[in-house]
Design a protein around this ligand. Structure first.
Ligand code: AOF
Ligand code: ZN
Length: 345
């Protein structure tokens, strides 16, 4: 009676919110009648309608007793930035709901399913739970650990070197590996984090220019005019720079500076350089340090808390260099580590 294909379609739709939902969940929903999808919706941006509401705002047709709503996250039952989805589903007369995973948010966590069942709705799930949890690993990490999901990415040549002997930049990965890591690593995290040493030696752009992502418009033959050309958002860049050493002409503070977050030791706020960077739109975060390391808890608080100009983040790709990797490993802050081995000699 249930079809996992429909849950996977929910996940496809959910992924369209990547980079936009901030500290919220990636959620897609489909409405199925007689084995065919007749309406779709997704959580498009921080503060926007939840997936179920987006779907039901767009679908104004009849709702029949045999229709089934699929959604990859348990429908919420709390008043947040938007009203509870459970009330909406009940009011609309939907009789069957299939969900992918329970919502780890303590305001929901099972109570959404309970509310639907109490109203006589047939609730089925979890379905494709592992895939659903993988898609929302950042959101789950925020709600259960109070910090973003952290992936460590390291690139080394065949001998294990990460730079030339004098510490200068060495191109390690091939074009294919770059395309892969932009597509599957960078484009799937909300932020890319590096130490200022990497900025000084490599002057990287830290964006997803090599990502091989099919535009939604190409996938579905939609009218290009209706598609915002910013379908794919570059991740934020986070630079750990205790003493504010970043060069003023570094690419990360000249190209889209509003996508860059610089973290420095407390007391640098009035530094002339910091003020200039702030004037360009760079986000500045001053943090307490202990033993040469940032107070991570203080950093997480800033990064997961939305403001008027920043929706919060749920996942970080740590790209280096070696000192930064070591700090994350020492602080037990690694959820996943990816090793790319370059073929150049
Ligand atoms: C759903 N469908 O599409 C999403 C849900 O501040 P709010 O109102 O956006 O609420 C955020 C919480 O709502 C979030 O922590 C999660 O529990 C749920 N997100 N729920 O039914 C959705 N995005
Ligand atoms: Zn909701």
């Amino acid at each position: 009676m249930v079809n996992p294909e429909f849950m996977r379609r929910c996940l496809d739709l959910a992924s369209r919110g990547r980079g936009r939902v901030g500290n919220g969940a990636l959620v897609g929903a489909v409405f199925v009648r007689q084995g065919m999808i007749i309406a779709e919706g997704f959580h498009a941006a921080y503060g926007a309608s939840h997936a179920e509401r987006a779907l039901l705002d767009a679908y104004t047709g009849e709702i029949l007793p045999e229709d089934v709503l699929y959604v990859n996250l348990e429908p919420c039952c709390h008043q947040g930035k938007t009203p509870p989805c459970t009330n909406l589903l009940i009011e609309k007369g939907i009789k069957t709901v299939v969900y992918g995973m329970l919502d780890p948010d303590p305001r929901v966590s099972g109570q959404g399913v309970q509310a639907l069942r109490a109203a006589g709705i047939n609730v089925i799930g979890p379905l494709e739970r592992a895939l659903c949890e993988r898609m929302n690993r950042g959101f789950v990490s925020l709600r259960t650990k109070g910090r973003p999901w952290i992936t460590l990415k390291q690139a080394r040549d065949a001998q294990g070197a990460i730079s030339n002997d004098d510490g200068s930049f060495k191109k390690i990965t091939s074009a294919d590996q770059d395309a892969w890591s932009h597509t599957f690593l960078r484009a799937r995290h909300d932020a890319i984090l590096v130490g200022v040493g990497s900025i000084i030696s490599d002057n990287p752009l830290l964006n997803i220019r090599f990502a091989q992502i099919v535009k939604f418009s190409q996938m579905e033959g939609l009218n290009e005019d209706k598609i915002n050309e910013n379908n794919f958002i570059n991740p934020y860049r986070i630079v750990l720079d205790p003493q504010c050493r970043i060069p003023m002409d570094a690419k990360v503070v000249t190209d889209t500076p509003e996508r860059t977050i610089i973290c420095f030791n407390e007391g640098q706020e009035q530094d002339e350089k910091a003020l200039t960077l702030g004037g360009r739109g760079v986000h500045l975060v001053s943090l307490p340090m202990h033993d040469d390391a940032f107070n991570w808890e203080a950093l997480w608080r800033v990064l997961i808390t939305p403001t008027a100009t920043f929706p919060g983040i749920a996942s970080i790709l740590v790209e280096g260099g070696s000192r930064t990797w070591k700090e994350f490993q020492r602080a037990l802050l690694v959820d996943e580590a990816i090793h790319l081995v370059g073929r150049f000699l």
